[in-house]
Design a protein around this ligand. Structure first.
Ligand code: GUN
Length: 280
């Protein structure tokens, strides 16, 4: 029986710590707002944006919502970001992804001042993370590190296999695990012998974006399994990239979906916002 890694509980602990920290900063007159920008009305994005605003309210950080129509031009969005970059009370700027196809995401990410890049997506933030300099860490990978540490999972010296190489999860995850002294293998859609490589993992992090893909043949006895996927199955139930009921008997610890990695992303976003207020 695997230990269940409870992301709901751990994210709550982190949010409560941040709430105290934000109150102490507030008492010194150090406040700040998070600007949350959504372009269009993608239903999944609307849920994420609402959760982010609710988390701000819980921690005691002001949030400024910019809900822009689907037809917003790239130029208009870049102009708004430039204005927010100049506003001293705005300490964080978040543009919810994905953006409509007519807007270049890279251009938008690069327009955000690195000092307000609480998503940790700006090339300067990514570069700083790569060489271990201070800066904002990408929220989902940073949340996974916290999940592991706060669940008592030892990382140093372990073989960590990551499935997926996205800029948001796979790549920054590899760098953060390396920083924690894991031995890291990054796999992707062109990897050969994926089950064989995954069976060498002490810690398997799955961010491939395929519902219920990873079964028992990918899991070494005693491995720690982290499932980053979130999908709706044919019965409209939430599920991850991992076949939980197959992986759980072999694993020593596993994250559920929902209630595993998901809540950690927002907790780490809040952590970056508090860090930004602290840094003034
Ligand atoms: N879309 C999916 N995940 C994220 C995230 O972490 N940040 C932003 N801004 N958009 C996303």
């Amino acid at each position: 029986m695997a230990k269940l890694i409870d992301g709901k509980k751990i994210s709550q602990q982190i949010k409560d710590e941040l709430k105290e920290k934000a109150a102490a900063l507030n008492a010194q007159g150090r406040t700040g707002a998070l600007a949350v920008i959504q372009v269009g009305a993608d239903p999944a994005s609307s849920v994420y944006v609402r959760n982010k605003k609710n988390a701000c309210a819980y921690i005691g950080i002001e949030s400024l919502a910019y809900e822009l129509p689907e037809e917003t031009t790239e130029e208009e969005l870049l102009k708004l970001i430039a204005e927010l970059n100049e506003k001293t009370e705005v300490k964080g700027i978040l543009v919810q992804l994905p953006l409509p196809a007519h807007i270049c995401e890279d251009k938008v990410i690069q327009a955000i001042s690195p000092s307000k890049d609480v998503d940790g997506f700006h090339p300067q933030s990514v570069g700083a993370m790569t060489i271990g300099e201070p800066g904002f860490l990408s929220c989902t990978p940073a949340g996974i590190i916290q999940l592991l540490k706060r669940s008592g999972v030892e990382i140093a010296g372990k073989h960590c296999v990551i499935i997926g190489r996205s800029n948001i999860v796979g790549k920054p995850m590899a760098l953060l695990m390396l920083r924690e002294n894991a031995t890291v293998t990054v796999t992707h859609s062109k990897t050969r012998n994926l089950p064989e490589i995954c069976r060498q993992a002490d810690i398997l992090i799955v961010a491939m974006g395929k519902p219920r893909f990873i079964g028992a043949e990918y899991i070494k006895e005693g491995a720690v399994v982290v499932d980053v996927g979130i999908h709706r199955d044919e019965n409209n139930k939430l599920c991850g990239d991992v076949k939980f009921e197959e992986a759980e008997p072999a694993a020593s610890a596993i994250t559920p979906v929902p209630g595993g990695v998901g809540p950690m992303t927002i907790a780490m976003l809040m952590s970056n916002c508090v860090q930004s207020i602290e840094e003034g």
